[in-house]
Structure formats: structure tokens, C-alpha cells
Design a protein around this ligand. Structure first.
Ligand SMILES: Cc1cc2nc3c(=O)[nH]c(=O)nc-3n(C[C@H](O)[C@H](O)[C@H](O)COP(=O)(O)O)c2cc1C
Length: 252
């Protein structure tokens, strides 16, 4: 298997650094090929702006999805974005390793996703395409993705009635963004309470993580609704039972 690790932490001695090293060890021991993008070390540009499109198709106004598609189809995608897209195409599994910051991925990883999962490459829903390429028809279909992240908060705080709220709902935007590109999403590996518990607790997490990565080839993906589950108004069809945190039908 070919594994692409996207790692977002500025400190190599961090717990996230230790998790990235453990994943690498587990994958190499299992005979997998691994590529890593260490976003801070690469100083990866994490904002989309006009500099991404030196050969602007529309010099009057920057319309990002349009420019991304033009760049993709004309072969003029910025070199740093193209290099990441080639790693995604190469991979069978993409592992994201990051700390949970403000209930989300760190800005550098969010920006990597905005630039690399570009229109044309990861998905295309514009007038240019005959059929929309998104969700199970997305550009990265056939590949799997997994979020591995650390939190200061305790597991109980991320239960549906916990202080921080249901972790599945917190992860929904990231998971659905990956699904939008066609990826199958594996259940996340979540390291809770990493700032408490000391070395023994951290070692236990690393061992559990290594064991999980060893068996990752047989992990079953999370369920997502297929395109056929929705009607023309993008609503779940009558009778389809919501199965994800995104389509949760609760009231406050
Ligand atoms: C900017 C920032 C935002 C954070 N937000 C959260 C959060 O939303 N939830 C949480 O559980 N921990 C949060 N934390 C704590 C980090 O998740 C924690 O420091 C990290 O997971 C520890 O891993 P590390 O040792 O590899 O940095 C935040 C930390 C920082 C610096």
C-alpha cells in the first residue's frame, strides 16, 4: 500500500511529531511505501490568492474555482500545489496528523486543503463538465483518508452531551470536504487528554495508534449518503434515514 502522511505541527518533539514517527514505523514495518508532507517544515503557503495564478484566465476579477479549473486543464497549476496533488494521486491512503486547534485543523492544514483540493483536480461542478465530479464521483475516488489528531480535552467532553459537543459533528466539515473529493473516510484515530496523564498514558496512546495503523488495510470506511440519496433540492429523499452527523435531524 502507498501511504501519504500530511503532517501539521511546528515542533518535531511534540506528541504529534511522535505520532507521525510511530505511523511511519508501523507502515514501514508492514512493507508499505510512505511519503510525508511536513507542512511547517516545508513552510507550505496556506493562503489562496492571486499569486497562485500567474497566468490569469480572467485578469479583471479573481474567481478562484474558475482559475483553479483553468490552471488544472491548461497544465499551469502552481508547482507547490501540483507536487501535493501528485502525492495524492500516488497514494492509496492519506493520513492527516494534526492537533485539534479551535475545534478544527490548524490553519496551515486548512490552507493546504483549500489550495491542493482544487476545483478541476479534486472535484468539478462547473458548467464546463457534462456531469458533476463530486462525492463518490470525485477526483480522488478509490483512495482512503484518515484523520489522526490530538486534543487537550477529555473523551467525555466530546460526547454529544459533553462540554465541547459531539466530536462527530465537529469533524463533519473536514470529513465531508474529503468525501466531496471522492475519498472514502476511515474512522478517525483520536488521542484525547494528551496534556494530562504523563509519559505512561502517552506511550499507551502511541502503542494503540501503532496497532491501529498496522491493521488499517482492513478498516471499514464510515458510511456516507450516496448522490442517489438526494433529490434535486439537495435534500435526502423521503424515506432515506440520515446516517451521518451532517444530516442529523435534531432540534435545539
Ligand atoms: C491554538 C490552539 C487551539 C487549541 N484548541 C483546542 C481545542 O479546540 N480542543 C482541544 O481539545 N484542545 C485544543 N488545544 C490543545 C491542543 O489540541 C493540544 O495542545 C495538542 O493536541 C497537544 O499536542 P502536541 O503536544 O503535539 O502539541 C488547542 C491548542 C492551541 C495551541
Amino acid at each position: 500500500m502507498k501511504v501519504f502522511i500530511v503532517y501539521a505541527h511546528p515542533e518535531p518533539k511534540s506528541f504529534n511529531g511522535a505520532m507521525k514517527d510511530r505511523a511511519l514505523l508501523a507502515f514501514e514495518r508492514a512493507g508499505h511505501e510512505v511519503k510525508i508532507s511536513d507542512l511547517y517544515e516545508m513552510k507550505f503557503k496556506c493562503t489562496i490568492d492571486g499569486d497562485d495564478f500567474p497566468a490569469r484566465a480572467n485578469p479583471v476579477q479573481l474567481q478562484i474555482p474558475f482559475e483553479q479549473e483553468e490552471a488544472y486543464h491548461s497544465g499551469s497549476t502552481a508547482a507547490d500545489i501540483l507536487a501535493e496533488q501528485q502525492k495524492l494521486i500516488w497514494a492509496d491512503l492519506i493520513l492527516f496528523q494534526f492537533p485539534l486547534w479551535l475545534y478544527s485543523q490548524p490553519a496551515i492544514l486548512k490552507g493546504w486543503m483549500e489550495r491542493v483540493f482544487s476545483s478541476g483536480f479534486a472535484h468539478e461542478v462547473s458548467a464546463r463538465s457534462d456531469a458533476r465530479r463530486w462525492f463518490e464521483k470525485g477526483g480522488l475516488r478509490g483512495r482512503r483518508a484518515l484523520l489522526s489528531f490530538t486534543c487537550a480535552g477529555a473523551a467525555t467532553a466530546y460526547e454529544p452531551t459533553g462540554r465541547h459537543g459531539d466530536i462527530n459533528r465537529i469533524l463533519w466539515p473536514i470529513h465531508n470536504a474529503l468525501r466531496y473529493a471522492g475519498l472514502d473516510i476511515l474512522p478517525p484515530f483520536i488521542a484525547y487528554s494528551v496534556l494530562r496523564g504523563g509519559d505512561a498514558a502517552r506511550l499507551e496512546i502511541l502503542d494503540r495508534f501503532e496497532a491501529a495503523m498496522k491493521n488499517i488495510e482492513i478498516a471499514a470506511p464510515l458510511g456516507f449518503h450516496g448522490l442517489a440519496d438526494y433529490d434535486d433540492a439537495h435534500q435526502l429523499r423521503e424515506g432515506v434515514v440520515p446516517m451521518t452527523a451532517g444530516q442529523w435531524r435534531g432540534s435545539l
